[in-house]
Design a protein around this ligand. Sequence first.
Ligand code: FE
Ligand code: FE
Ligand code: MG
Length: 167
Amino acid sequence: MGTRGREIVGMDVDVLLEHLNAAYASEWLAYYQYWLGAKVIKGPMKDNVAAELEVHATEELNHALLLAGRIIQLGGTPVTDIKKWFTLSPCAYDAPDDPYVGVLLDQNIAGEQCAIDTYKKLMDLTKDKDMVTHNLALTILSDEIEHEEDLQGWKEDLELMLEHTKR
Ligand code: FE
Ligand code: FE
Ligand code: MG
């Protein structure tokens, strides 16, 4: 922990750490949802979509890494008990029990939309109070916005393809 780095934070650091740990838990759940989805996926364009899901899994893991770094910098501890991930996370874990590509895309789109809301809130919370976390939240938010658009693009392709085969 850097003492001066913590002192310049213009808000309750413990409250900030709770938000950071909630986001951290969420990233691990998102990572696993993508990682496993890429393995079990079935249906049209599954290899292409699986490749995208794998990339997103890696990017969610990187978000967990960035958050862990900031939590430790602020003198906190990233949640050590993985059983707490579900209760801490602001976003649901959607098990890929139905492996159909369209279902997995919908589940992950919902996850990205929740992540976008989470980082938007973290940006609002830290605005003019903690520039470092504010900037970190912007970095992650930019990735989540890209993820949502990627998945909605795949969903659109899938729907166009299915529509065309009906003609
Ligand atoms: Fe993420
Ligand atoms: Fe994401
Ligand atoms: Mg992508």
